[in-house]
Design a protein around this ligand. Structure first.
Ligand SMILES: NC(=O)c1ccc[n+]([C@@H]2O[C@H](COP(=O)([O-])OP(=O)(O)OC[C@H]3O[C@@H](n4cnc5c(N)ncnc54)[C@H](OP(=O)(O)O)[C@@H]3O)[C@@H](O)[C@H]2O)c1
Length: 250
């Protein structure tokens, strides 16, 4: 299968994160030039870009600095003639509100950032990259939600609300984008065995997750990355507006 990603330019924001790094490597493995977005970890982003080759390079993309987002998009347009694929993975974690607080009393300063990062700033980034994709008549946008947007979990109201909104956004955006060859989809990972999850989730809790999963297997970062790469590729000829879950049946 020809993924048609060789020579394409892909922006992975949050590329220094657990999922972002694996996603960036998966794109590079099929010949794409990867722009590795970082917030604080410039050195790691530059090291990763060097490892990936194919003309990959690092760029600052901070959710706290809207100008950096616009500057990143402009720089990619200027230096490489445009962006073909956007995968926004920059995120402030974790999404769970502190157990001590109830939903009703959680103060805005605690939960508004989840909505801003996962929803508002993602929408803004899509707004910034879409015109050039439209102009060139080709583009792929893959947003990352979570199986929690569908299944829910105690304590994840705000995170779940922000992630679920991406699904509604995509169902409408597909009309505007699709008319010019831009396909937009959402990937919903289950509990994914990233370094952070391995460090924070005791083996007993992982076992309980496995038992509650039809495939009895937790998702690997590579499972998420493979799905993202496919949806972002030319091999995806006509899938748009979909939310695809990679969570072993959860
Ligand atoms: N891991 C899972 O099990 C799982 C499951 C479902 C969905 N997801 C989703 O996948 C995405 C990535 O998760 P992850 O586990 O890879 O996260 P992670 O390892 O914590 O990485 C977070 C990334 O976001 C960047 N970042 C943090 N604050 C930022 C800010 N203010 N502005 C810009 N970038 C910022 C970090 O950049 P620096 O290192 O440069 O500071 C880092 O690259 C999130 O949307 C998450 O909701 C994860």
């Amino acid at each position: 299968m020809d993924l048609g990603l060789s020579g394409r330019t892909v922006l992975v924001t949050g590329a220094t994160g657990d999922l972002g790094t694996v996603v960036a490597r998966a794109f590079a493995a099929v010949g794409a030039r990867v722009v590795t977005g970082y917030n604080t970890n410039r050195e790691a982003a530059e090291r990763l870009a060097e490892e990936l080759g194919n003309g990959s390079f690092a760029i600052r993309y901070s959710l706290d600095d809207p100008d950096s987002v616009a500057a990143a998009v402009t720089e990619i347009e200027r230096s490489h003639g445009g962006l073909d694929v956007l995968v926004p993975l920059a995120a402030r974690l974790s999404g769970r509100r502190p157990d001590a607080d109830s939903f009703a009393t959680a103060p805005p300063e605690e939960w508004v950032p989840f909505v801003e990062d996962n929803l508002l700033r993602t929408l803004r980034t899509v707004q910034l990259v879409l015109p050039a994709m439209r102009e060139r008549g080709w583009g792929r946008i893959v947003l990352v939600s979570s199986h929690l947007a569908r299944n829910g979990r105690a304590g994840m109201e705000f995170y779940g609300a922000a992630k679920a909104a991406l699904h509604g956004f995509t169902r409408s955006l597909m009309w505007d984008a699709g008319a010019s060859g831009v396909l937009v989809n959402v990937v919903c990972p289950g509990v994914t065995l990233t370094e952070r999850v391995r460090a924070r989730m005791p083996e007993q809790a992982r076992e309980a997750e496995r038992a509650a999963t039809p495939s009895r297997t937790l998702t690997r970062p590579e499972d998420v990355a493979n799905l993202i790469v496919f949806l972002a590729s030319a091999a995806n000829g006509n899938i748009t507006g979909e939310s695809v879950t990679v969570a072993g049946g959860r």
